[in-house]
Design a protein around this ligand. Structure first.
Ligand SMILES: *[C@@H]1O[C@H](CO)[C@@H](O)[C@H](O)[C@H]1NC(C)=O
Ligand SMILES: *[C@@H]1O[C@H](CO)[C@@H](O)[C@H](O)[C@H]1NC(C)=O
Length: 316
């Protein structure tokens, strides 16, 4: 394993932002209670904007229930531009539990009809990347075609991540139909990292065994390319672990992997514990301070190593 200094951006703090409005709180906008992401400035590295879908019937793209240009999202797009101006990357999550996006819309016979609509929105809203969350059967070749087309159209800096369930990265239970190890072998150089879902019965992030199994599986996956996605609240589904357990696995992995660790992501923002609906950003704050500590410990270790190596043998 590579024990050299890890790029700071490997210690990612990412959060999925799917609920732009929180109906459990008093309205603060014409559309209900808008969930602001401005408190995440200076805290997170990546905002995963969820969920984009392709609609077969009318050849459209939806962000959740509406087209992205709907007034419902005006405030959000304004804030997203502000986040980006501070260096936070905004990645669109494509797909998820609702079927249709990948199959039939992005199959070979339909690709040229639907893909351009999606590409138009990436350009229009300056989206920095796509997180492909394939939760329906898709042929491997179709996934590869999509990834290659995105890279060709949007360039090397365009971020492509995939969001498999964690067990799929050790060829266990999967929701995508194709083999992620084969995908990695074929187009891994185009995939920035994996946001693996460590919940819903597809593995857990605490203890850290599955994370270690994944980085050691087959030819191995560099830990800087494995981000652990966990649920931020038990209300988000099964397999919730509390933030102390997340921190404890981060620390354990940092020790075992010489601080080479891809980062954490939370599903999803608006009701994240420990702050809950009123202070959902606390999850990100705590994760960011854990990552900062990792960085400090790593720097200290590197310093003490270089000091030690400079100590001259005492002459007799
Ligand atoms: C993915 O899961 C399906 C069952 O849902 C299984 O038939 C298939 O073999 C799995 N594929 C891989 C590559 O693990
Ligand atoms: C950093 O080092 C301190 C002191 O050794 C340790 O208690 C802490 O768990 C470490 N933090 C991380 C995130 O590695």
């Amino acid at each position: 394993m590579n024990s050299s200094l890890v790029a700071a951006d490997a210690h990612r703090v990412a959060i999925y932002y799917q609920s732009q409005y929180d109906n459990s709180l008093a309205a603060n906008s014409p559309f209900g209670h808008y969930v602001t992401v401005l408190p995440l400035i200076g805290v997170i590295t990546h905002l995963l904007l969820a969920a984009f879908h392709l609609n077969f019937d009318d050849v459209s793209v939806h962000l959740n229930d509406f087209v992205p240009e709907a007034p419902f999202f005006d405030q959000m797009w304004g804030e997203i531009a502000i986040l980006q101006s501070t260096g936070i990357k905004v990645i669109g999550m494509l797909g998820g539990a609702a079927p249709g996006t990948y199959n039939p819309c992005l199959t070979p016979e339909n690709f040229d009809t639907y893909y351009p609509v999606l590409a138009g929105y990436i350009t229009r809203y300056h989206i920095d990347g796509l997180d492909l969350d394939v939760e329906q059967d898709m042929p491997l070749d179709d996934a590869i075609h999509l990834i290659k087309t995105l890279k060709a159209d949007f360039g090397d800096d365009f971020i492509i991540t995939l969001a498999p369930v964690a067990s799929a990265l050790v060829e266990g239970a999967n929701l995508s139909g194709f083999d992620y190890i084969e995908l990695e072998n074929k187009v891994g150089h185009h995939i920035s990292w994996y946001n693996a879902q460590f919940y819903s019965g597809f593995g857990t992030f605490f203890p850290d065994d599955l994370y270690l199994d994944i980085v050691g599986f087959g030819q191995g996956l560099d830990p800087s390319r494995l981000v652990a996605t966990t649920l931020t609240s038990p209300d988000e589904g099964s397999g919730f672990i509390d933030i102390d357990s997340v921190t404890s696995s981060v620390q354990a992995l940092a020790q075992k992997q010489h601080f080479n660790f891809g980062g954490v992501a939370g599903w999803e923002y608006f009701n994240s514990l420990p702050g809950g609906n009123n202070q959902p950003y606390l999850w990100a704050n705590l994760m960011a301070s854990t990552m900062a500590e990792l960085q400090t410990n790593q720097t200290q270790l590197a310093k003490s190593k270089s000091t030690r190596s400079r100590v001259l043998p005492r002459s007799k």
